[in-house]
Design a protein around this ligand. Structure first.
Ligand code: VGL
Ligand code: ZN
Length: 211
């Protein structure tokens, strides 16, 4: 049974940026494999939007900003616990650019997130303080869209949080599993799928859409 994509549905392409691709500063294993699949999926959608991780060079999520900390350490910050990362997706750097291998000329919006120095933002909807909105829910609501289909990098961070916050904002959200790849540190992938299931996010494979 092929899933029928309506002209009102939206493909949300999360963080397909050089720093998350092989050779990047926070490379996601086999992250490049999602690109041809995302290009194929995008041809089924009238509406495609992108998120872009976009940090100042002194961003609080960077291990380099905390004495004695290393990437993948966890630290308590004002808004909760934060995984510390290698420096990545710094404003205007090559690593922050969306991959030029994305072939989606009809893409409509790029929403940047993580630009506040003191707050991380995995989710395309809301920063990690769980209250500062990015404007994405407002944009989608104003356009009166249908279901959201989320793809990109990384499954267990920005894809997962975007999907969960989309569901919390009242959207019908599906993650296309094989069009994502994970960082998977300390059980994060298993936890992300459990959290997504609990939030009511649907999980499908691309063949269910591409036929
Ligand atoms: C991401 C860690 C830090 C992601 C972004 O795109 O999943 N992960 N910043
Ligand atoms: Zn980031």
């Amino acid at each position: 049974m092929t899933i029928q994509i309506s002209p009102r549905d939206v493909l949300v392409v999360v963080d397909v940026q050089y720093d998350f691709l092989p050779g990047g500063h926070l490379a996601v294993a086999n992250g490049d494999e999602v690109i041809p699949l995302i290009n194929a999926l995008a041809r089924k959608f009238t509406n495609v939007i992108f998120t872009q991780d976009w940090h100042p060079a002194d961003h609080i999520s960077f291990a380099s900003q905390h004495t004695g900390k290393a990437p993948f350490d966890v630290m308590e910050l004002a808004y909760g616990s934060q995984v510390l990362w290698p420096d990545h997706c710094v404003w205007n750097s090559h690593g922050a650019a969306l991959s030029a291998d994305l072939d989606i000329p009809h893409g409509q919006l790029i929403i940047r997130k993580g630009y506040n120095r003191a707050i991380d933002s995995y989710s395309g909807f809301q920063e990690a303080d769980r209250e500062t909105p990015t404007g994405m829910a407002g944009y989608l609501s104003e356009r009166d869209v249908g279901r959201l289909y989320v793809v990109g990098l990384a499954t267990d961070y920005c894809v997962g949080w975007t999907a969960i916050d989309g569901a919390a904002a009242g959207f019908d959200v599906t993650v296309i599993e094989d069009a994502t790849r994970a960082i998977d540190n300390a059980g994060s992938l298993e936890k992300a799928w459990a959290d997504m299931a609990e939030a009511g996010v649907t999980r499908v494979m691309s063949r269910e859409i591409l036929g």
